[in-house]
Design a protein around this ligand. Sequence first.
Ligand code: CU
Length: 495
Amino acid sequence: MSWKFSRRRFLAGGAAFIGAGCLPRSWSKTAPSRLPIPPLVDGRQGKPVELQIRSGTWSFRPGVKTPTLGFSQDYLGPTIRTRQGSELNLHYRNTLTESVAVHGHGLHVPGEVDGGPQRAIAPGADWQPSLSIVQPAATCWYHSHTHGKTGEQVYRGLAGLILIEDEEADSLPLPHQYGIDDLPVIIQDRTFDAQGRLVYSLYDAHEDGWLGDTVIINGAIAPVASVPAGKVRLRLLNGANARFYIVGFADNRTFYKIATDGGLLEAPVPLTTMEMSPGERCEIVVDMADGKPAGLQTLFEDEFDEEEGLVGSLLALFDRSGRELPPPSLTLIVDKTLPAHTAPLPEQLATIVRPQPREIVGSRDFMLNMEDGGGMGNDGGHAGTDMTINGAAMDMNVINERVQLGVWERWRIRSNQGAHPFHVHGCSFLIERMEGSAAPPEQRGWKDMVVLDDDDWSEIVVRFDHPATERYPYMYHCHILEHEDRGMMGQFTVG
Ligand SMILES: [Cu+2]
């Protein structure tokens, strides 16, 4: 695997070297907080899941209250459990003074209930979509998709997880005790001001998008979670606005990636580090049977030196800064009283049927464009002026593509500058090539995110099995939320 991490960045240097490592010393001396586990809400029997979009205050740091947004809670939202073959009924109520659209990211549902920006919920209004869940087990999420305000609303807290289960996944010996050996891990980064308020500005973001300087996991800084002395499944979501993360363990232990965005891989893939783009989900299994604590590190891509590996990069970070080694973003500590899942990992997880070449009948190219020097400067401009796809900035009144229902297509995606995580609504796709190379084994599962850059094309094969009308089209876009809000997004129908 030849990731060219340095090329990812549009600007040299920049906000490189902050992150978990920049916490003031006094903070690392305070007792670590427990990993917050979002409450699990059971949507499997069709009972409406009430999601009140509201403001609140949340303590990211002990004793400091930060104004935030959340779904029926102060920050983030509950984890919604649903099941293949069931109806998921959601009931959103917007109690804010601004409109909010909420998208079900990774769900195979018609455009009408997909929750794109055309579905903005006005202040005081309700939205009650009913979703038929037909897809296999996967870790999906829901988050703000409000026109021009997605970045800010997600940053303040409007995101949560959706876990889809199915019979096949149930029959596999995988950890599945939510909050015990099956943990949600939402990785984000935030910048706080001296009063502890979240700092955000779409137009002050540099070209990489808005990069926070402090990593948070489920809304906590460097938390600790107690886990059984067995196999532990982490459902990782890169919920950051703009950061790519390199994820691994401080002791370099091997973990197994078992699922991509859209479901289980064919077989577990052993890894010691992996990259996660904004919007991407990875399920991994780590063995805690040795009883030793495991520190999950989330290095910023420019802190990671491929030759040094994760541990070497951490030490180099320590050398450069002369500070204490950055604490792990999340520390897993073994509690032997918890019920442990000790069965070996299955060798086969799922069957993924790739389309035959003759089945792929359509093709489309997408060129993501950033104007030179236009960047994210504080130009006082408005969204959709300097970021485009195929020469067009997002326009709610324009349908950019019309796709045929039920037909395989090859999409090629590339940029004129830097790396971008590309997301497509209403489907899962398969990656054929990433930045010109064959997709690595850990990316050869169902996906709704693909990374591309300016060097070569990324290629996916995709098929849409649900309709999207001109009134409620699907979106494709860059998942760097500041790029999306500035216009790097398009609309398409399926029919
Ligand atoms: Cu982008």
